[in-house]
Design a protein around this ligand. Sequence first.
Ligand code: PEP
Ligand code: MN
Length: 281
Amino acid sequence: PGVVDAVPVSKPFKLVGREFHPEPTVVRVGDVDIGAGAFTVMAGPCSVESEAQLMETAEAVLAAGARMLRGGAFKPRTSPYSFRGLGEEGLKLLARARERYGLPVVTEVMNIEDVGLVSEYADMLQIGARNMQNYGLLEMAGRTGRPVLLKRGLSSTIEEWLLAAEYILSQGNNDVVLCERGIRTYETYTRFTLDISAVPLARELSHLPVVVDPSQATGRWSLVAPMAAAALAAEADGLIVEVHPHPEHALSDGAQSLTPKNFAAMMARLRTLAEPLGRRI
Ligand code: PEP
Ligand code: MN
């Protein structure tokens, strides 16, 4: 009686938030530190398609300065008739590429029953945008102890995204990297709309590192390098970028994939921009 209003003073994401954990978290994946100040670039094909495609891409992205290799073996596709990935064969190829080029591997796990299998091969588990609110999958990924890359859901608010990360941390796993990958808006010239303001905001609200995926966000390769530069300027902790030796023949996301040459040009430009911005690639 007599209470007009109650104002909560603390955030709902207790473990993910800065309130009780003010210092930034550094997530170590293999020998790579994400969130320690440097701008960490993960790159590779949307999907692992063949040994030749993966090795050619891995060699090129390593030479251009990527520190981690991406590649999907289990692909969430809008149509069930599209290429859905090589499955375990793709995971084996990723492990072979890691052996050959020394790049830690990040790859998506789509189903709870595949978490064990994927964590046998991957250095970091990717939870895709479409699974951001698959709470059983989040908890299962949390229990593996593997670092997790958590994509923002297609239509998720920042609070929903941080609460999804909370599910992983609640299992005792603090090694989560948040990934802004664009959200659904009314715009159709781009595939999604990159919410660049989410980057400094998520870093303000949370101690977890935040990276940007300019490939899924735009759906157009010509926009990837400009959005990567925006991510660098917005204090993102890194990028995850799609690269394919022959984008016109890619089995998924060719239109947003950089050629190795364009990827190298983007990295050179980021290096030039990094210095005046006080960043390190
Ligand atoms: C991807 O990285 O290829 C992908 C499918 O990402 P998202 O879950 O962000 O759409
Ligand atoms: Mn993709």
